[in-house]
Design a protein around this ligand. Structure first.
Ligand code: NAD
Ligand code: NA
Length: 398
């Protein structure tokens, strides 16, 4: 089957398994040719199949640390007739490459929010992973969560709080920009978004791991947060998702106390840069910002994609000699994004941008390319006219 990208509005509907492989290999090549660091040897990554979680796994396994990893993710399996999700294949390609190097790369698929998943991972750590982990990276992004105790389903709703918000959003399919107005969140939207994207599940993970005695002395855990500039405040930091991130950051401070006492360990969030991912493409008004930011950071020679940003985070900050923490013990690799000169130029673009000139003023082309690459399209060196053998691919297991 020849696979061409299917996009509906701003939603990608399929992926190219061979392109996904090339993307994993490209990320591996990038870290192999970059600065090396020594970090945790035994790592658990929740949300390991795409975006920042996948980049984290690749950096740790191939960037000098040679980490064994367990990757938890939620992905759609490919069959003989139907292509699976991008993360389904990325898990497989990552494992193949890591195993060639002699590393353990265990993929566990299912719902990270459930008690079952926590039990399955703990059992695996005890029986096959050497009994302890040194690092847990929490990089989950989801639109819904089933509470593991009550089975109640919560759906996040990314909205402003207090008043409505008007902004522009991209339609990648039509290559157009459209104005949208978002009405303010209800109390319930807020509660639900915090329930899904706040720190509750991260805390359940850490407590379950401590309880089961599978964390080492000096154990570290990190989750990824975002702050962003004033132009994004309405939808992000002051929106429902911002409240969820505040909750996540408070969870980090609480867990830090617990771990200090129990394991001489630590917990913190890293506030990462805005990049194009499956999750971020979904945030209203975010794509325009991402594409303006790319334009400005590119011109200044400081633009980073997922692997570049993540590898710098680990090599320079987490395991390097240039950690940047703010007064709330949040690690701040986003300091480049938030530089005054960067944000002043983003603001200039915002003042002039219209439905007619957005392709010239922002880097829409690059935004679209990055968007397509998430699903293995537009990757250099891949022949997209060639047949993809789904039957062969369906024999590969995570
Ligand atoms: P992503 O969509 O690329 O990755 C999400 C991951 O979570 C995938 O591996 C997916 O399989 C997994 N997942 C989703 N639901 C799951 C479930 N129920 N059980 C198990 N796994 C599940 O997203 P991303 O952008 O890499 O986001 C990761 C984290 O980074 C989020 O906390 C996000 O807020 C944060 N972050 C993102 C950006 C950005 O610009 N993309 C910036 C700063 C911080
Ligand atoms: Na991720």
């Amino acid at each position: 089957m020849v696979i061409k990208p299917k996009i509906k509005g701003s939603l990608a509907l399929n992926c190219h398994p061979v392109g996904c492989k090339e993307e994993v290999l490209n990320q591996i090549k990038y870290v192999e040719n970059s600065k090396k660091y020594k970090g945790a040897k035994k790592v658990l990554i929740i949300g390991a199949s795409s975006g920042y979680g996948l980049a984290t796994r690749i950096s740790l396994a191939f960037g000098g640390s040679d980490s064994d990893t367990i990757g938890v993710s939620f992905e759609r399996e490919g069959s003989k007739r139907k292509v699976g999700s991008a993360g389904w294949y990325s898990n497989i390609w990552f494992r193949e490459e890591a195993e060639k190097k002699g590393l353990i790369a265990k993929n566990i698929l299912g719902d990270a929010f459930s008690h079952n998943m926590k039990e399955e991972v703990i059992k695996y750590i005890k029986e096959e992973f050497g009994g302890k982990i040194d690092l847990l990276v929490y990089s989950l992004a989801s639109g819904m969560r089933t509470d593991p105790d009550t089975n109640k389903i919560y759906k996040s709703n990314l909205r402003p709080q207090g008043e409505s918000l008007t902004g522009f959003t991209f339609n990648v399919e039509k290559e157009s920009m459209e104005e949208v107005t978002l009405s303010p969140a209800t109390e319930e939207d807020l509660t639900n978004t915090v329930k899904v994207m706040g720190g509750e599940d991260w805390e359940l993970w850490v407590k379950a791991l401590i309880e089961a005695n599978v964390v080492s002395e000096g154990f570290k855990t990190m989750a990824y947060s975002y702050i962003g500039p004033a132009v994004m405040e309405g939808i992000y930091r002051h929106g429902t998702i911002g409240s969820a991130k505040e909750h996540l950051e408070k969870t980090a401070r609480d867990l830090d106390e617990v771990l200090k006492d129990e394991k001489s360990g630590e917990a913190y969030v890293a506030v990462n840069k805005a990049i194009v991912t499956k999750a971020s493409a979904y945030i209203p008004i975010f794509p325009l910002y991402a594409s303006a930011l790319m334009r400005v950071m590119e011109e200044k020679g400081i633009e980073e994609n997922a692997i570049e940003h993540t590898h710098r985070l680990f090599a320079d900050m987490v395991y390097g000699d240039k950690p940047e923490f703010d007064s709330e013990k949040r690690m701040r690799p986003d300091s480049w994004e938030l530089r005054d000169d960067v944000q002043e130029e983003v603001l200039e673009i915002y003042k002039k941008v219209t439905e007619n000139n957005f392709k010239e003023l922002t880097d829409f082309d690059k935004y679209k390319t990055e968007f397509l690459k998430l699903n293995g399209f537009k990757v250099e060196g891949v022949n997209y006219e060639e047949d993809v053998d789904l039957e062969e691919l369906s024999k590969l297991k995570p």
